[in-house]
Design a protein around this ligand. Sequence first.
Ligand code: NCD
Length: 363
Amino acid sequence: MAKKKLLTAITWEKFKALPPGEKAGYLSTAEREVHVLLAQQFSRKRLDAIGHLATCIRRVAKTEEGMAFLQSQLSHKRAMLFFTQPSSRTFLSFCAACQILGMQIGEVRDASVSSEFKGETREDSVRTFSSYFDLIVMRTELAGFVEKMAWLLSNSDRPIPIINAGSAKDQHPTQALLDIYTLQRSFEETGGIDGKTVVFVGDLARGRTVRSLSSLLTHYRDVKQIFVAPSHLQIGGDVLAELSAAGSRFELRSDFEASIPLADAIYMTRIQREWDAAASGSEMSLAEYSFGVRHLDMLKKGAVLMHPFPRTGEIAPEVDHDPRAVYWRQMRNGMWVRVAVIAGMFGKDASILEYFNKLPGER
Ligand code: NCD
């Protein structure tokens, strides 16, 4: 197989100007991801493989011996979690994922306590991490920054991998992977994701999780995506252009209640207030785009209700006990998927699958 040209084969200026679908070609080899930056990097084959690996890992982790095996996989590697935007789930699930693989972890969660405060550029900070660590997991409010760093590190003496753990308003690829995994598991008995209708609700203009998941859903046959939001928070034209180019079906609506019975999966989101200018938009409300107990009767029997969390009133806590409310499971799935992603990047998928295949009894 011809060796793939990765980020050393292109200038930053040229790479920066490419559409996501073309950037993706510089980030993965045929077998694995070198950096995880964009949803567009993942083919259907990779989505299936990552889901399978995550399921094997969760099974292996059930025993003390299996956990010790997993922890031996990357005990010689260290990860830096660099999160300059608030995070609970993503941060902690990456922490847990690294620990499951035996990695040592360093963290910076506030640029004001790093040398950035003394005037260092963020580029220099990240290069500094690459001197001490083998992986950088990064959440940032700066659009394009994670790509810039991946390019820079790839073209340095310490070309370590980067995982995008949420980048500005544009991408959150590992969230999309865990969302796909949750859908795969939810529809295991009902023909998989193919042919399903996914309804996205809320602040679709600025929610990066929706943008990444929407892109991954184009890999499934005959999926319909319905975007339900007030017009000023509707999904971006770039996402719709990608869906059209992929031949995926979609519809834009603003009537939440009428959309509920159409869904096999509903993906609720919160208003992304942090992007509002101080005085504007803060009074904006999505009250009519909230899922309450009375909506449960409108939801199909086999449907699932998802949310990337945090929730800020979009789903009433009384809904949590309904078996179709899968958001807590979705969250835990995030940890297993992140273990699978990291294991894959470091070439540990084969050894984990081999261990799994030798497990006795029912797997
Ligand atoms: C999301 C994010 O940060 O984009 N959170 C998460 O990672 N689960 C969603 C959100 O903040 O609304």
